[in-house]
Design a protein around this ligand. Structure first.
Ligand code: NDP
Length: 459
């Protein structure tokens, strides 16, 4: 079974980690993501230490190629001027144009976007597609805003962002708080300012103007394809299992849809206020209507299923959704959702697998605890890569000025996720970390990025 956390022996690797921590001391999320990756690639770093050191490879890897930060002024429905901060982190373009979502959430800051951009480098490499790593967003909160306010904000955000993106340069997409509505407004403003129909500049577009079938479903579906492969590899049947999902946004909803198709009963889902528990299984169409149409809260589920239970967050460090016993745990909300204490509850409740739909929802201590207790663990950069992979397929279709059917895209997505699992497994085995998909994902991805960076010289 999986091995526990690695103690770093390699002096070069250790010195880069220490220096990066010191240099970015005020960015805890970035430090966490950087340390998680670097601490698992020691075998490959030791093998190439001299070349990497001479070329400053790791030092360059942890420094974004470019960070753009800008003012986003807009006028709200009361006529008041509001000012938010916008960002784009262009972390690494060695294997293709920067690619990664935009997050609109009040918690957004440079540390969070650097962590997401750093993760994205390796996630994108794992897909096997030619896309580099980037991320962006703003501390703007779309919650409670009118459509008009969201449009005004998106237009102002794009007034600046358009200077730094392009279909061969940097291709943003959605993330928390950025769905089809926001992408539509952003695309419209880009088209107006640039006076060009450059469909491949954003992904996650509506089907009427260059979007891809299956993009909406891709991250959640892809997550379940990865889970299917991981369980199959251990001769565990998916059909008949139970699951819990944290979050109830885009990733969560389509993970629920595919889980249901595989015969998995999803008992609970959540949002940032609390969770719903339905022992008969969460009803997909109801949750879709509440979240996608009404933009409501999970609590509204009780209006349709009064026998379900709503458990409000009580401020403790374990969100209530994780207290419900289930076989498969799918964190699909936000970072650091599962800490060590929560991991202990999940293990005590008999969880057999944890698969990250969100980015870095599990703390390093919690990951180690799962692995020490033989819980299969699928890291986000592999398990949730279906979204960005399908975004890259959207770019392909835009270049061709053609589109593939739902089935064609879904089949490609399934094949990509199956290959990602195989890559993670193969790299883990090659370096003696059987079933440790964290190490497998990091090594397989790093190897590709490192080769591309080395081939391109010291830039
Ligand atoms: P959405 O905005 O559609 O949904 C986010 C969900 O997470 C909502 O239910 C939200 O609840 C909840 N949530 C957000 N922040 C918090 C918080 N601080 N505490 C508790 N709950 C929270 O986002 P997505 O579904 O697109 O993204 C979810 C995760 O998946 C993110 O980590 C994202 O980076 C990752 N991801 C997304 C991809 C995509 O294709 N969309 C691709 C790969 C990864 P509430 O409504 O109460 O805020």
């Amino acid at each position: 079974m999986a091995q526990a956390a690695v103690m770093i022996q390699n002096g070069y690797l250790k010195s880069v980690i220490d220096a990066t921590k010191a240099k970015n001391a005020s960015e805890p999320e970035f430090i966490q993501a950087m340390e998680e990756v670097l601490s698992t690639i020691e075998p490959i770093v030791s093998k190439h230490e001299e070349e990497y050191k001479k070329e400053g490879l790791l030092e360059r890897l942890v420094e974004p190629e470019r960070i753009i930060s800008f003012r986003v002024p807009w006028i709200d429905d009361k006529g008041q001027v509001q000012v938010n901060r916008g960002y784009r982190v262009q972390f690494n373009g060695a294997i293709g144009p920067y690619k990664g979502g935009l997050r609109f959430h009040p918690s957004v800051n440079q540390s969070i976007l650097k962590f997401l951009g750093f993760e994205q480098i390796f996630k994108n490499a794992l897909t096997g597609l030619p896309i580099g790593g980037g991320k962006g967003g703003s501390d703007f909160d779309p919650k409670g805003k009118s459509d008009n306010e969201v449009m005004k904000f998106c237009q102002s955000f794009m007034n600046e962002l358009q200077k730094h993106i392009g279909q061969d340069l940097d291709v943003p997409a959605g993330d928390i708080g950025v769905g089809a509505r926001e992408i539509g407004y952003l695309f419209g403003q880009y088209r107006k300012i640039r006076n060009v129909y450059e469909a491949g500049v954003l992904t996650g577009k509506g089907l009427e103007y260059g979007g891809s079938l299956t993009r909406k479903e891709a991250t959640g579906y892809g997550l379940m394809y990865f889970v299917r492969e991981m369980l199959k590899d251990h001769n565990i049947e998916l059909n008949g299992k139970t699951a819990i999902i944290s979050g109830s946004g885009n990733v969560a909803i389509y993970a629920l849809e595919k889980a249901e198709k595989y015969g998995v009963k999803v008992l609970a889902m959540s949002d940032s206020n609390g969770c719903i528990y339905d022992k008969n299984g969460i009803d997909l169409e109801t949750i879709k209507m509440i979240k996608e149409v009404q933009r409501g809260r999970v609590k509204d589920y009780l209006n349709h299923f009064p026998n379900a239970e709503y458990i409000e967050n009580d401020g403790s460090s374990t969100p209530p959704v994780y207290k419900i016993k289930a076989d498969i745990i799918l964190p699909c909300a936000t970072q650091n959702d599962i800490n060590l204490e929560t991991a202990k509850i999940l293990v005590a409740n008999g969880a057999i697998a944890v698969a990250e739909g969100a980015n870095m929802p599990t703390t390093t201590e919690a990951i180690n605890y799962f692995q020490e207790n033989n819980v299969l663990f699928a890291p986000g950069k592999a398990a949730n890569a279906g979204g960005v992979a399908t975004s890259a397929l959207e770019m392909v279709q835009n270049s061709m000025r053609f589109f593939w059917s739902y089935e064609e895209v879904d089949q490609k997505l399934d094949m990509i996720m199956t290959k990602i699992f195989a890559r993670c497994k193969a790299a883990a085995y090659e370096y003696g970390y059987k079933d440790n998909y964290v190490v497998g994902a990091n090594i397989a991805a790093f190897r590709k990025v490192a080769r591309a960076m080395r081939a391109q010289g010291i830039i």
